[in-house]
Design a protein around this ligand. Structure first.
Ligand code: NAP
Length: 484
């Protein structure tokens, strides 16, 4: 569908959709999940053919996609995400009376969503961005990802069917194909009120810059990736060294390294156990069976990024295999913290099964490295109980650098839940105040509006005196489920 028609339809449909009840929106989200499940194996086989991802992985991703839609349905039905807040009038207040003020979050309008190549289901057509925008009451114009067009069309069919079954206008969800130019026209269109994007730094930043040049600027929530550093402390690396290395390797290799949370940096101490850790990591990466990457463009970018990094001063290749047109062959390199600190290019993401080991000589150097980090989706801190003080110092630095700070486990595997933050300071994203995974993502597509001295009949149900559904609201500064 042409971009202009799509946005005109989305703007028209918004007039109807924005005033649907939470129950209607929850029903739509659940119907989309059911319609996706009803696509059966055809969806999984198509996605596997287009993305080279195995059926097992895609089965899990479909489950995640549908659970995500249902989680947003529950959130909308529960209702408190709108942050209903009431300050009752104080007519006798001196020197001036206070008017009755009632605030809640309302949807922004049509949202343009750019899906990701590495998650053809969970971060694409009916992925987290679409689910959270529809949950908020926004209509969606989805820009198809050229890496999985048929998968996208199938999911579009399911969404359209769910929209029809719920008696809603077709323009609630529009599907647009076309290259960079189509995407740019969608971002520039006057009807667009926000953009959500997952992909490369180059693409996300270009879209952000374009949106800022509009006569009417709009928010752009671009998730652009990260090197997801793991900090291993001197005492911790002594405990089960080989096992730690195996855990590290499994996270680097997962999905041929095509996760935005793939750990691309390991800071390890110079100590007597360092060679054992590196040798175990080397062994795991050398013996890994390579998987095909999403497409030859991604494989090409992987080997190009890798070669550039391996040519940097002070970097030694430890595992370096011949490049392939499609296979993502694992790679490992090592450098010193001193070299890493001197060369900001060593912070660039190499999207694929690669990691760079950075050896530090003391705690001060490790803290300097943490301070020099650019914004990340995740940082991971592996320390032992005896290293509380250093862990605290690093925590104080790292919490300003990332959206999620882990103290055990690996950053790959992002839970879809209420407390999740999948975001982080630039360049991980263009807006560190939000997340693209989990229910908090809904806040990206809403804005506060205050109704002052409004008649009851004109107020949204959430802000009326009578609180029939027992919604949690803040009344004169206190949380309450009461009616007024
Ligand atoms: P991409 O190149 O950023 O493309 C993502 C979407 O944005 C596509 O629909 C693309 O459109 C559109 N786009 C890109 N540049 C644009 C621009 N200047 N203006 C308007 N639209 C634009 O990402 P990708 O295709 O998924 O993968 C390419 C590279 O991105 C990978 O090799 C990898 O390095 C990185 N990546 C990172 C992550 C992460 O989470 N960190 C995830 C996926 C990919 P068209 O392609 O249709 O033109």
């Amino acid at each position: 569908m042409p971009y202009n028609e799509a946005l005109t339809n989305a703007a028209q449909a918004f007039e109807t959709y924005k005033i649907t009840t939470p129950a209607q929106r929850a029903q739509l989200l659940r119907s989309i999940a059911e319609a996706i499940e009803a696509l059966g194996n055809e969806l999984l086989e198509t996605a596997s053919r287009e993305s080279n991802l195995p059926l097992t992985r895609l089965t899990g991703e479909r489950g995640r996609t549908c659970n995500q839609l249902r989680l947003f349905a529950d959130l909308v039905e529960e209702g408190s995400w709108v942050e209903a807040t009431i300050d009752t009038a104080l007519p006798d207040r001196q020197p001036l009376p206070r008017p009755d003020l009632r605030r809640m979050l309302v949807p922004l309008g049509p949202v343009v969503v750019f899906g990701a190549s590495n998650f053809p289901l969970a971060f694409s057509t009916a992925g987290g961005d679409t689910a959270s925008a529809l949950a908020a009451g926004c209509t969606v114009v989805y820009k198809e990802h050229p890496g999985h067009p048929q998968t996208s069309q199938l999911v579009h069919k399911a969404i359209a069917q769910a929209i029809r079954a719920n008696g809603l206008p077709e323009g609630v969800f529009q599907h647009v194909s076309g290259g960079v130019e189509a995407g740019q026209e969608l971002v520039k269109h006057l009807a667009t009120k926000a953009v959500a994007f997952t992909g490369s730094y180059k693409g996300g930043k270009a879209i952000f810059d374009l949106a800022m040049q509009r006569e009417v600027p709009i928010p752009v929530y671009a998730e652009m990736g990260s090197t997801n550093p793991v900090f291993i402390l001197p005492e911790r690396i002594k405990e089960n060294t080989e096992q730690l290395a195996r855990q590290a390797a499994a996270s680097v290799l997962l999905g041929a390294g095509q996760f935005c949370t793939c750990p691309g940096l390991f800071f390890i101490p110079e100590s007597e156990v360092t060679p054992h850790f590196i040798a175990a990591l080397e062994e795991e990466l050398t013996n890994a069976t390579p998987a095909n990457m999403l497409h030859d463009g991604i494989a090409g970018n992987y080997y190009k990024g890798l070669e550039k990094l391996l040519q940097a001063e002070g970097v030694q290749a430890l595992v370096h295999q011949e490049a392939d047109v499609l296979e993502g062959r694992a790679a490992l390199a090592s450098t010193s913290a001193a070299h890493w600190l001197q060369n900001p290019a060593l912070q660039e993401e190499v999207f694929g099964p690669f990691t760079l080991v950075v050896r530090y000589s003391n705690a001060a150097e490790l803290i300097s490295a943490a301070k020099a980090l650019q914004g990340q989706l995740t940082c991971t801190l592996w320390g032992s109980d005896q290293e509380h003080e250093l862990q605290q110092k690093l925590t104080d630095v790292l919490r300003d650098k990332c959206g999620r700070l882990l103290y055990s486990g690996v950053p790959t595997g992002v839970e879809v839940s209420h407390a999740m933050t999948h975001g982080g300071p630039f360049p991980a994203t263009t807006d560190s105040r939000s997340t693209s995974v989990g229910t908090y993502a809904i806040k990206r597509f809403a804005r506060p509006v205050t109704f002052q001295s409004a008649p009851q009949a004109l107020l949204p149900a959430e802000l009326r005196d009578e609180n029939r559904s027992g919604l949690w609201r803040t009344i004169n500064g206190k949380l309450s489920q009461a009616s007024l």
